[in-house]
Design a protein around this ligand. Structure first.
Ligand SMILES: Nc1nc2c(ncn2[C@@H]2O[C@H](COP(=O)(O)OP(=O)(O)OP(=O)(O)O)[C@@H](O)[C@H]2O)c(=O)[nH]1
Ligand SMILES: [Mg+2]
Length: 243
């Protein structure tokens, strides 16, 4: 029996967390959810803990509270390690801010049967982003195009955070050696999976802009990500040797 878990990082998502969880569990897809919260000042984790305490979702909801905010990558790694240890076959990454519509979960589960990494893509036919400014679209698309060219990978949406890994991909990656922690973390995971020869494919998703809560995107994060892509390319042989 293949078990699936969504690893959902949260930081100040108090206005979104209950809504997204309700939408996911309403689908009855037999998918568990692990929320990884970095001690959110708005106490997002308390809402999750309450749902666990009242067993609102039949033991399918789990929570890790981390002491400090160390960026998305670190939170994901902790979630991945938990998921591998609990013997999940498929591990899904998904944001809590309602940008990632749960209706695509079923499509991910179908597509992962014949792939190792499935990426929700805004930049293939049928995909897109709604309620995004022209600038945000340009930055996101440009970032993906840039990564695709520098890294020579066949991934149209390199920066998205809605994706599904087969556990073997995560097992093959030594998390201690990861070069990125922030925005470029998604790019690095795609890059590693691609150069190791795993089957990577994309499904179209319509990405919806967050309505509640604050964006964590900044110019600094973006520029850092651009530089990290070059560092990844320079380290290709080293990365392959490590595996
Ligand atoms: N645990 C943890 N979660 C984080 C951290 N930074 C962001 N997140 C969560 O990761 C997911 C994606 O972050 P977002 O802030 O939505 O990033 P984004 O989608 O690029 O930007 P916006 O939607 O415009 O804010 C959301 O569920 C956030 O709450 C972090 O440092 N630690
Ligand atoms: Mg978001």
């Amino acid at each position: 029996m293949n078990k699936t878990v969504i690893v959902m990082p949260t930081y100040n998502e108090i206005d979104n967390i209950e809504i997204i969880l309700e939408k996911i569990f309403f689908l009855n897809l037999d998918i568990d959810v692990l929320v990884v919260d970095d001690n959110s000042p708005d106490k997002t984790y308390e809402k999750v803990q309450n749902l666990i305490n009242t067993n609102a979702y039949n033991n399918q909801l789990h929570l890790i509270i981390r002491q400090n905010k160390e960026g998305l990558g670190k939170a994901y790694i902790e979630g991945f390690q938990w998921a591998l240890q609990k013997n999940y076959t498929y591990i899904i990454e998904m944001d809590a801010d309602l940008s990632h519509n749960p209706k695509y979960l079923k499509v991910f589960l179908e597509k992962i049967e014949t792939n190792d990494l499935v990426i929700g893509s805004r930049y293939i036919s049928g995909g897109g982003a709604v309620h995004w400014s022209a600038l945000r679209k340009l930055i996101s698309y440009g970032g993906s195009l840039y990564s695709r060219i520098i890294l020579s990978i066949n991934v149209q949406d390199a920066t998205g955070g809605y994706k599904c890994f087969r556990r073997e991909v995560l097992e093959a990656i030594d998390f201690d050696n990861l070069i990125t922690t922030g925005y470029a973390f998604q790019i690095e995971m795609n890059y590693r999976a691609s150069i190791m020869g795993f089957r990577v494919s994309e499904i179209p998703i319509i990405f919806e802009n967050r309505v509640a809560g604050k964006s964590k995107m900044s110019k600094k994060i973006f520029i850092e990500a651009l530089l990290k892509v070059i560092v990844l390319r320079i380290n290709k042989q080293k990365i392959l040797a490590e595996q």
